[in-house]
Design a protein around this ligand. Sequence first.
Ligand SMILES: [Zn+2]
Length: 206
Amino acid sequence: MEVDGVNVRKEKDGRLVIPGEPLSVIEEFMPGPGTYVDEKRGQVKAEYVGRLHIDLKERRIAVKPVAPLRIPQVGRIVVGQVVSMDDKYAMIRFPSGKFTGFFTGVLNISMVSRRFVKSMFDVCRVGDIVRAQIVSLANGFCHLSIIGRHLGVIYANCTQCGKPLELKGGSLYCPRCMRVERRKVALGYGKFRGEFIEDSHTRKGR
Ligand SMILES: [Zn+2]
């Protein structure tokens, strides 16, 4: 059964969810950690990338962050969401095991490709899910790189209508608007499985 875009069938515990994804209608479950209420639609939505956790006794739905990093470390591969950007920079938020729940990394336009890239708007957009590597922790910042075929955008919504973009012949395409959007797409785009999660203990029970 579908109610206002939310599938009210038995939700699967442990399923991977993405930020902004509707998880439940508010009548059905209480919002737990890692979720927020979309008042307009009456839905409980995921706040960050993670695994769905359903507490049937408490009627509560929550999201457990995937691969939370205690401390950012150079060399680690992380998966996060673009939260702000301009022409030359993108800020990417990752789940962390710290009490704040997040840390933020900065992606400079020079760390996108070995070739010259003019604008970050050709690389990613706010809301995109990105797989990146931590390359430096200089000056108190977590510096990221998406150079390499396996790094880049792994999930994106259409900037016009919000529908997930599909990979078609190397470009990202919105089936509703019938238009192409530019991104630096990572290998495995759209295959939102556990394999990119670097922390092996989060794979248990899959
Ligand atoms: Zn669209």
